[in-house]
Design a protein around this ligand. Structure first.
Ligand code: 5GP
Length: 188
């Protein structure tokens, strides 16, 4: 059986990666499976354990690192985030295209380990729009918003490490472009 692709969608917090993922997940032709990350962050209102993330304690996260269970992991604004390896590998072996929605440091770890991973960076049209989007989410305190914005500036500098860059000015358009990129790679 033909193995699936490992697809990494990354970009600054608030850029709309989640909205793009939601759109493309509805296209069955793409045979996508979403990789549920592990995080030490507390759930936001409406987030469900095992659906949005596997919410774990710092000790549980440390244990997963020690057991080599993570494909990649990174610290992001005071919390840890990582991709459980076995789940992603099993899905890829079953021919599913596995999509990871992660920050840049994790993406760089994956690019080093799996040179055939399809890496896509989503950019905001400009930094003011990114700030508007983070603020309109209304989920973070001012201090965390500032931390996420300054992190975004450093993340944007790593854009050239990606195979593709897609600007998310309009979610539908950005999602259509990401779909086309994936379809092209499915034919290889
Ligand atoms: P949030 O707290 O907004 O859900 O996520 C913060 C950042 O962590 C986002 O950029 C998100 O894409 C990233 N992230 C989520 N899961 C993972 C993961 O498994 N690994 C890495 N490296 N980053 C992740």
């Amino acid at each position: 059986m033909k193995k699936g692709l490992l697809i990494v969608l990354s970009g600054p917090s608030g850029v709309g990666k989640g909205c793009v993922v939601k759109q493309i997940m509805s296209d069955e032709e793409l045979k996508l499976s979403y990789s549920i990350s592990m995080t030490t962050r507390l759930p936001r209102n409406g987030e469900v354990d095992g659906v949005n993330y596997d919410f774990v304690t710092k000790d549980q996260f440390k244990q997963a690192i020690e057991n080599c269970e993570l494909l990649e992991y990174a610290e992001f604004v005071g919390n840890y985030y990582g991709t459980p390896m076995k789940r992603a590998q099993d899905l890829i072996n079953q021919g599913r295209n596995v999509i990871l929605e992660i920050e840049v440091e994790g993406c760089m770890q994956i690019a080093e380990k799996c040179s055939d991973a399809l890496t896509i960076f989503i950019t905001p049209p400009n930094m003011q729009e990114l700030e508007n989007r983070i603020r309109s989410r209304g989920t973070e305190a001012e201090e965390v918003i500032q931390q996420r914005l300054s992190k975004a500036v450093s993340e944007m500098k790593l854009i050239c490490g990606y195979k593709y860059v897609v600007c998310n000015e309009d979610v539908k358009l950005a999602s259509d472009i990401v779909s086309l990129i994936i379809k092209r790679h499915m034919q290889n």
